[in-house]
Every structure is written in structure tokens, then in C-alpha cells.
Design a protein around this ligand. Structure first.
Ligand SMILES: [Zn+2]
Length: 381
């Protein structure tokens, strides 16, 4: 049996750190101590203000890695919280605290599970390896977070066979869904040139709002694809449009707009860029466009990890998880470079980033027990 008391204490301790990205506030240092005491060898690859920890145990054999982050998003208006966001609080069988769901609860659950797994003689260090990868910047830019961990592992020629990311993948019930991939994210920043002047003399001006509107309409109405059995359809959303001087008698000189694609594995970023440019060029507009591709879509072929995670959830939680690829981006976009198989499985995402972020108390312990089963099946089945 896993120690529920210890799990509660570790979770509580992690919530206490005000680790708003990318500041670890001592949280990574604390985990370093905990994992050293459990027999892990630690490497730190901190960069700028971001702290990154790689803990490893085992000498040879298949490598299983757990990846997670201890940074949290800001609390928002503290006066609206029912409890101090940095104190683990319990009420009505729910646990409250900033980061309890996303994702300090998962980090604590995995550490309790893996510590027990290693202590019991189920783990043979000559026939298996376990790594724990923790960053303090997943929620902000992530630039100095998991990409730095990936860079380090690459330099050591380390390939991960099975990578479990503890992000909150569940929807309503713990284990009702897991992520088997994620969509890519591509943002376009467009500037449309007009010619400024008096609104009463439009023949002397070029109104960028008018020239852009038909192109905008075509972008919005375009159906990019129908999705496939793994991914939902690619979606384009307009995020910003700015034009005009705020007065009613001037035609603006320029219009700026940004839009974001969440795209599936039917595309690469260049295909989408070309399609957008072809649409823009059909219309009579003068423009420049810049692009930021912040994530490629990722998907790994189903293998042993998917089987093990599905079986463990079924056994412990009595559910067959749905395999999903929706939601925002995750660090899977970086880990894909060094992992043969990636699955995301963690707590419910229903209240993440919200004021009064919380989970069901029972889910924390159930998650730890399911993580334990996953470890046992990966190495002993
Ligand atoms: Zn997260």
C-alpha cells in the first residue's frame, strides 16, 4: 500500500512554494533533495531564470521517464480565493491550491509511487531505468525549460522508450481521457498597408479595413480539413484586429491582425503558410506577414505504454480512457524528439488556471496508485 499520509505531506509541501513561472522558489531544490534521498542521481540544467532537474536511476534496459512541471500560473485576485492559494486546503472532499491539478498533485503522486516501487524489490536496475524530468517553466515561454532538458539528454545520447507526461489529461473523472498527441500551433502576424486621409475624401485614401475585410472573410470561412481518426479538424481563429485612430473622421494608415492555427498532423506549418498567402494574394491588398510556429503536432504510434496505461486505468479506476489530441500545447512537442512513445495522463483539467483550483481528494491517491501500477506493468509484464 502507498502511504497516503506521505502523499498528502509532499503535495502540501509543493503547494507551499510560490513557484510562478519560471521562478522555482526553492521547489526544484526541494525535489532534488527528496529524489536524492530515494536513490536517484541528479543532474541540474538550469538556464537563465529557469530551473530544470533530471533524476535518474538504473543502469541499463528500457528507459521509462515521467515528465512534469512545478511552475504555476499567477493566482489572479487573491481576495476571490476561498483559501490561501499556496496552502493545501481541504473542504468537502476536495483539495484546493494553485497548481494542485496543473500539476504539483501529479508530481507528488508519481514521486510517492516511484519511491515505493524502487524500495520494493520489483525494480532491477540492470534491467530498467527510470528518469524524472521536472522544469520550472512550462506555463510561460518554456524556452529555457524542457527544450534544455531535451538538449541535455540528446548530448548524452539518451533515448526514452516510454514517456509519461503528468499533465491534467482527465476531464470529468480521473482516467476518463488521456492524450496521445497534441495539435501544432502556428501564429501569423499580418500588417495591411493603406493610405491615411480624411474620411470625407475616400478617393484620396486607401482604407485597409475595407481592403482586408474580404480576405479576412475568406480566411474565416475556409475549411482547412476534416481531421482524421486521431486529430480534430485544423482550426484558424482570429486573435486580434487593430486599425483606426479612435476618431470618426480619419481613414487609418495601417491595419494589424494576428491569427492562430491549431493544426493536425495532415499539415506541416509551411503548407498552411502557403495556403494563407494564396488566399491573401487573391485579394487586392498590400501586406506583410510574419509567422511564429510555436509547436509542431505530435503523435506517437501506439505501443506498450499505451497498452500499459490503458490497462492500469481500467484495473485501478474502472474506466477505459478516451484517447484525445485536443487542448493546448504541452511539453510533448519538445520531448517527441527523444521519445519513442509519449502519453499524457494526469488529474482533471476542469479547474486548472482558475481561481480556487481544486481536485477531488480521492483522485490524488488514486492517481498515485495508478502510476504505481503503470511502473509495475512496464517493468514486470
Ligand atoms: Zn501544466
Amino acid at each position: 500500500m502507498l502511504d497516503q499520509q506521505k502523499l498528502h505531506e509532499l503535495t502540501s509541501k509543493l503547494i507551499n512554494f510560490k513557484s510562478i513561472s519560471p521562478n522555482q522558489d526553492g521547489c526544484i531544490d526541494y525535489l532534488q533533495q527528496v529524489l536524492t534521498d530515494s536513490g536517484f542521481t541528479i543532474s541540474r540544467v538550469d538556464r537563465n531564470n529557469t530551473s530544470n532537474l533530471i533524476a535518474k536511476i538504473g543502469n541499463t534496459g528500457p528507459l521509462f521517464a515521467y515528465a512534469g512541471h512545478i511552475d504555476v500560473v499567477p493566482t489572479g485576485d487573491i481576495s476571490q480565493w476561498n483559501f490561501d492559494p499556496f496552502t493545501l486546503s481541504e473542504q468537502d472532499n476536495k483539495l484546493f491550491g494553485r497548481g494542485i491539478a496543473d500539476m504539483k498533485g501529479s508530481v507528488a503522486a508519481f514521486i510517492i509511487a516511484v519511491t515505493k516501487f524502487i524500495k520494493q524489490d520489483f525494480f532491477n536496475p540492470d534491467n530498467g531505468q527510470i528518469a524524472i524530468l521536472i522544469t520550472s517553466d512550462e506555463e510561460a515561454s518554456a524556452t529555457d525549460g524542457t527544450p534544455v532538458i531535451v538538449e541535455y539528454l540528446k548530448s548524452q545520447n539518451i533515448i526514452i522508450d516510454y514517456c509519461l507526461i503528468g499533465e491534467p489529461s482527465s476531464a470529468n473523472l480521473l482516467g476518463d481521457s488521456i492524450k496521445v498527441g497534441r495539435r501544432g500551433s502556428l501564429t501569423g502576424f499580418i500588417e495591411v498597408q493603406g493610405k491615411q486621409g480624411h474620411i470625407a475624401y475616400p478617393e484620396l485614401c486607401i482604407n485597409p479595413i475595407h481592403t482586408f475585410a474580404p480576405a479576412l472573410n475568406e480566411l474565416i470561412l475556409t475549411k482547412w480539413d476534416n481531421g482524421n481518426n486521431i486529430f480534430p479538424p485544423t482550426s484558424l481563429q482570429i486573435a486580434n484586429i487593430n486599425a483606426g485612430l479612435g476618431v470618426t473622421n480619419v481613414i487609418a494608415n495601417t491595419l494589424t491582425s494576428s491569427f492562430n492555427f491549431r493544426y493536425n498532423n495532415l499539415y506541416n506549418a509551411n503548407d498552411l503558410k502557403q495556403k494563407v498567402v494564396a488566399i491573401l494574394n487573391k485579394h487586392d491588398i498590400k501586406y506583410t506577414i510574419k509567422w511564429v510556429n510555436s509547436a509542431k503536432p505530435f503523435y506517437t504510434d501506439p505501443g506498450k505504454l499505451l497498452k500499459v496505461v490503458t490497462k492500469s486505468i481500467k484495473q485501478q479506476l474502472g474506466l477505459t480512457p478516451q484517447q484525445k489530441t485536443d487542448g493546448g500545447t504541452s511539453d510533448g512537442r519538445f520531448l517527441i524528439e527523444i521519445c519513442n512513445e509519449i502519453i499524457e495522463f494526469g488529474l482533471s483539467n476542469k479547474y486548472i488556471h482558475q481561481i480556487n483550483e481544486h481536485i477531488n481528494t480521492k483522485d490524488l491517491y488514486d492517481l498515485a496508485k495508478t502510476y504505481y501500477l503503470i511502473l509495475n506493468k512496464i517493468f514486470n509484464d
